[in-house]
Design a protein around this ligand. Structure first.
Ligand SMILES: C[S@@+](CC[C@H](N)C(=O)[O-])C[C@H]1O[C@@H](n2cnc3c(N)ncnc32)[C@H](O)[C@@H]1O
Length: 530
């Protein structure tokens, strides 16, 4: 049947028939109503008389998003909830306000939290689970996404994380600052850091290096011609890059000798010793000493987080290895990401200034949305922590509320088996701040692998967390756990925790494939009391 040739506006039922024959597979009426509900195609007519423009439908299925959706559903199953892909969002939205105060590997997007804890309903979420004034718990709170979103929605929140540094990031996102005093403090610190000179020759050296580098890159890696030549395979990038890298190294070495720059630190005991060029390390220590002198506790904490973000960007590594450090890079190198010769950093000044300004902007943005809810971020092991005691110690008013209404539910993304070492990803911050590391208490760390033993201990660990949390939850609780459960461990976890899975929302995770990895989905498990 080719409706396209006969008429333009069709009913949802006709749309199913048309789409099924166009795509060569079954398209249900709920697929069509989903497209209407999420604004992917326009709706004509009113109640009971809905019509669709068949050309809209065709355009959607032929568009990038439409084709991708079809492809993914073929690979990952038709039960994928495409509206949970949040493919309409820009990076700017997913990293809105305080969510980008500090990098954190393993963060979930705020819109996913919002979707489940706000009070809207739709085809997939047919009931709302949390309301203003409830208390929500995230026993794996990481960098605090759930707590921040709960605050935006007027929901009180409790976060627990075994990594003290993660709790510090969370705190700084939620604290109420006196902005005038914070801006003043940031200005002062910025000023002393800018004036600080460990090595008077560094600035001159960097100027000359920059000049030479620009000249060399313009000549040997002209943009965009160079990239086009690689694309057309007119240049052998492997061979050419090695040659040019070597050529520039000669210039670099001469400059290092001319300005008598010391690159290496004399010690090699910890992360800070190994991963920073000597001048950077001296600037870091100096900046931290200045921050320690700040009297206001909140200002001190946010300044420390700015410094931590700065030093993460200033590690001696290549641009392509920022996420997975390999070896310290203390010389210039051919950069596979930027397709030219790049250099390591020699000073933190630029980045500290930039992140300090960015932090102020983000805090201001969040202040406009903030509600005066209670929140608590607890550094501890969620298997054993006494939540009631911790709340009582911190905030009497919150405790009173907690005693009356208990916790309404959980929204959390637990670690998965053998994926990330959460303490290690912030090793530089642990070294700098001297926090105690509790790596051995992490559930499912990367270092323990993905073998049978690791999986067994993971199932035990997550169910213990749920059992412990249950003590503080109201009877009619709703627990939402986000997991890419490729080994189907969550049914066992639910059973061990005395809970039942009442729903599973399957969402495509898009950003990974854009980096060339295969499509994958994660499930938001909805657990309730048995
Ligand atoms: C996937 S991350 C959570 C990320 C978080 N949803 C966010 O958006 O930032 C999992 C977190 O669980 C924490 N964790 C691991 N074992 C834990 C334990 N025994 N108790 C509490 N937290 C733990 C890790 O430190 C990590 O921050």
């Amino acid at each position: 049947m080719d409706i396209v040739l006969t008429k333009k506006l069709i009913t949802p039922k006709e749309a199913c028939e048309w789409a099924s024959s166009f795509l060569g597979r079954d398209i249900s009426e709920s697929n069509i109503s989903y497209l209407i509900q999420y604004g992917k195609i326009k709706k004509y007519g009113e109640n009971g008389n809905t019509q669709i423009n068949v050309y809209d439908l065709k355009n959607y299925y032929q568009s990038f998003n439409g084709t991708r959706e079809i492809e993914w559903k073929k690979k990952l199953g038709n039960d994928l909830n495409w509206n949970l892909s949040f493919d309409n969002l820009r990076e700017k939205d997913t990293t809105k306000h305080v969510h980008r105060l500090h990098p954190y590997k393993g963060k979930f997007i705020p819109q996913l939290v919002e979707y489940f804890i706000d009070n809207h309903t739709d085809n997939f979420k047919q009931k709302s689970f949390f309301k203003k004034g409830d208390i929500i718990l995230d026993p794996f709170s990481g960098s605090g996404t759930t707590l921040v979103q709960a605050n935006e929605l007027g929901i009180h929140s409790i976060g627990i994380d075994v990594s003290q540094f993660n709790c510090m990031i969370t705190d700084t996102k939620l604290l109420d600052y006196n902005l005038d005093s914070l801006i003043e403090e940031i200005r002062n610190i910025n000023l002393v850091i800018t004036k600080f000179e460990t090595d008077g020759k560094i600035e001159e050296f960097e100027k000359e290096l920059y000049f030479e580098l620009t000249r060399f890159n313009n000549k040997n890696f002209p943009s965009p011609e160079f990239k086009r030549k690689i694309y057309k395979r007119e240049i052998d990038e492997n061979k050419y890059s090695v040659e040019k890298e070597k050529d520039f190294l000669n210039i670099y070495k001469k400059l290092i000798a001319k300005y008598k720059i010391e690159l290496k630190q004399n010690k090699n005991k910890n992360f800070l010793d190994k991963w920073y060029i000597k001048n950077i390390r001296e600037e870091i220590d100096f900046a931290f000493d200045q921050i320690k002198k700040v009297e206001d506790g909140k200002n001190k904490r946010i300044l420390a987080v700015i410094l931590s973000r700065t030093i993460r960007s200033c590690r001696a590594t290549t641009h392509s290895d920022l996420a997975t450090l390999k070896e310290p890079q203390i010389t210039t190198y051919y950069c596979w990401k930027h397709k030219k010769i790049c250099k390591p950093l020699f000073s933190i000044k630029y980045w500290f200034n930039r992140y300090a300004n960015d932090t102020i902007t983000r805090i201001k943005e969040f202040q406009r949305l903030k509600n005066g809810t209670h929140w608590a971020s607890i550094a501890g092991d969620s298997r054993t922590v006494d939540v009631a005691r911790e709340i009582k110690l911190r905030n009497k008013k919150f405790y009173k509320l907690f005693e009356i209404q208990k916790i309404k539910g959980i929204f959390s993304s637990p670690p998965y088996v053998g994926q990330i070492d959460y303490h290690e990803q912030h090793a530089y911050a642990y070294d700098l701040f001297g926090f105690e590391r509790k790596d051995e208490l992490e559930i499912g760390p990367l270092c323990k692998g993905q073998g049978m033993e690791a999986k067994k201990s993971y199932v035990k660990g997550i169910s213990q967390v749920l059992l412990n949390s249950k003590k503080f939850l109201s009877n009619n609780f709703d627990v939402f756990l986000v997991a890419n459960d490729k080994w189907n461990l969550y049914p066992q976890i639910a059973e061990k925790a005395g809970m039942r899975i009442v729903n599973q929302y399957k969402r495509p995770v898009l950003n990974r494939t854009e980096r060339g990895k295969s499509p994958y989905s994660e499930i938001i498990f909805h657990f309730k009391n048995i």
